[in-house]
Ligand binder design. Sequence first.
Ligand SMILES: Cc1cc2nc3c(=O)[nH]c(=O)nc-3n(C[C@H](O)[C@H](O)[C@H](O)COP(=O)(O)O)c2cc1C
Length: 168
Amino acid sequence: MRVLIAYGSKMGGTAGMAEWVADGLRGIGHEAEGVDGKECKSIDGYDAVIVGGGLYANRWAKGARRFVKRHRWDLVDIPVWGFSSGPLNDDTAAVGIPPTDAVEALLDSVGSRGHVTFGGRLVDDPGWFPASSMSDEMSGDWRDRTAVVGWATGVGQELHALESKASG
Ligand SMILES: Cc1cc2nc3c(=O)[nH]c(=O)nc-3n(C[C@H](O)[C@H](O)[C@H](O)COP(=O)(O)O)c2cc1C
């Protein structure tokens, strides 16, 4: 299947994770490409979509929010999954973190099949407020490539199952 990974990312961390998601999907035979949700004009030609957003005050970064709102009526027709990247600690590895209310509302509006929260990254010198004052205490990278690729592989397997159901 051809899968689009649309991301909303302010500081690049989630954009990088979209590439890891694409790697996981390609690893089991899907075509996959990542795109900034703000830039995406159409989702024609894609069989499934994964939307990923960095979390800011419990909402996805704008690219992800705008993508879902703009393409809502096309997204309802195809399989959709979501991921969030945020927590600047190891909690996501220890316990599953559910979507925030705002993220859940967006995903529900398109009938999403699942969501996962991954750790985030805060760079040392983000150069904007309040990120710069947060980074004095909280900078670091809690993104886990193995976990992201593993989740994407699971999504890819579900897509293969849907494919064989449709052709059988
Ligand atoms: C101003 C600000 C607000 C944030 N709010 C949240 C939040 O509500 N929940 C959370 O889990 N992480 C929060 N974070 C952490 C970010 O989600 C994390 O740095 C993420 O990896 C950023 O993604 P990006 O690099 O793709 O923009 C916040 C970070 C900043 C700088």
